[in-house]
Design a protein around this ligand. Structure first.
Ligand SMILES: Cc1ncc(COP(=O)(O)O)c(C=O)c1O
Length: 407
């Protein structure tokens, strides 16, 4: 059934404003439906208490709400066990957790970590840090001109048996392309390498079943899924988390502490030192509940139609070049482009003054931009609350901006 965009938009306070923005930057952050804001507001007003410690009803209530969120996340990504879900600050922290705990404990000089050229800096820098600290080697999967990954590069990277992890995005935050995850995971496992999926973008555009995917780690942030900032998820296949040393040390992550030593708690508490993002976890639960009202096939169809429309409109603009496949059948969530003689920052500055929110720059994917031989691009990203009329207005204003900038 087609999504009722008008009804969806009414649930977002920002779109109920008299002059709402034309928000085409959901790849950077999703807007927030009222139920997410209300859930966090209720916790702060009526249930504020720390988790896992208090003996009184209010504390129990906070713990129950926090743990209920873990269960909602588990079900959303089809993990087998609740204990496989660790709450973090965001995808960046989730990936850093893996690099700085599993990575430090399991990788030695000369071992390989395989990355794709599509990666966000969050899935590059933690591994570069390990390269500096331990001397691991990074092995890169390049792409074809249409943005698809060169699968032969994966096999080459795994061939000598020294690669211990393949860490790839599930959806490029620049090109919108979707690497074939099942195939990549299978190849990695055949070579006895673990796999980490950066699902930061994928999480809001495609259903994820970690059990079926059979990935070892998966990371995402709540804020791209219409949830609050400051909350993310690390999924790790059981029993990996039991074998990994703790990340941060402090309260909540221990069973016992003496003056000489400490005994870590069982996962996931072992990785959730200190007071966790309680209101944010509650907000994330509300966001997932909001999101799952809509069947995936309707979300996908809506976004496909929006992207097809956007690509058609953009292609018709002279001197505009779409990066990647330029086909809605092969991308999800976003499309990026350059315009000859126009800097992306100048363009988005002009559009911004018209209330049109597009992102310009390297989108934290500098190696990809270097590979494309450009310094920056403009990204238009869509979500289930966008309309074709917004795309039309955006395309019209891009034409106007070009005329102004090229004058
Ligand atoms: C593909 C990808 N990975 C990782 C991140 C980092 O997410 P966060 O900044 O929420 O940790 C982003 C954010 O844009 C992203 O698009």
């Amino acid at each position: 059934m087609p999504l009722d965009t008008a009804a969806i938009r009414r649930q977002f306070p920002i779109f109920r404003e008299e002059h709402p923005p034309i928000y085409l930057d959901s790849a950077a952050m999703g807007q927030k439906p009222a139920n997410v804001i209300d859930a966090m507001d209720t916790y702060y007003r009526l249930a504020a208490s720390n988790v896992h410690r208090g003996m009184y009803a209010l504390a129990d209530e906070a713990t129950n709400r926090y743990e209920a969120s873990r269960e909602t996340v588990r079900a959303f990504i089809a993990a087998k066990h609740r204990d496989e879900i660790v709450f973090t600050k965001g995808a960046t922290e989730s990936i850093n957790l893996v690099a700085k705990t599993w990575g430090k404990a399991n990788l030695k000089k000369g071992d390989g970590v395989v990355l794709s050229i599509l990666e966000h800096h969050s899935n590059i820098v933690p591994w570069l840090q390990l390269k500096e600290e331990i001397g691991i080697s990074l092995r890169w999967i390049d792409m074809e001109e249409d943005g698809s990954l060169r699968m032969a590069d994966i096999d080459a990277a795994l061939k000598d048996g020294k690669a211990k992890l393949v860490s790839v995005t599930g959806l490029s935050n620049v090109l919108g392309t979707l690497p074939p995850l099942s195939d990549i995971i299978e190849r990695a496992h055949r070579a006895h390498a673990l796999t980490l999926i950066d699902a930061s973008q994928l999480i809001a555009h495609r259903p994820i079943d970690v059990t079926e995917l059979n990935c070892d780690f998966l990371a995402f942030s709540g804020h791209k899924l219409f949830g609050p900032t400051g909350i993310g998820v690390l999924y790790a296949r059981s029993p990996l988390l039991s074998k990994i040393p703790p990340f941060l040390g402090g309260g909540g992550m221990v069973q016992r502490v003496t003056r000489e030593e400490f005994l870590p708690a069982d996962p996931p508490a072992k990785f959730e030192a200190g007071t966790p993002p309680i209101a944010e976890a509650i907000g994330l639960k509300a966001a997932i509940e909001w999101f799952t009202q809509y069947p995936w096939k309707d979300i996908e169809a809506h976004e496909h139609a929006l992207l097809a429309h956007a690509i058609e409109k953009l292609k018709a603009i002279p001197s505009l070049r779409i990066l990647g496949p330029a086909s809605a059948d092969e991308v999800a969530g976003c499309v990026s482009f350059t315009i000859e003689g126009v800097h992306p920052h100048d363009l988005t500055d002009i559009l911004g003054r018209q209330g049109i929110c597009l992102r310009a720059g390297h989108h934290c994917a500098q190696p990809l931009h270097e590979r494309l031989d450009i310094g920056a691009s403009t990204r238009l990203s869509v979500s289930l609350y966008n309309t074709p009329e917004e795309i039309d207005r955006c395309a019209e204003e891009i034409r106007r901006a070009i005329a102004k900038l090229k004058k």
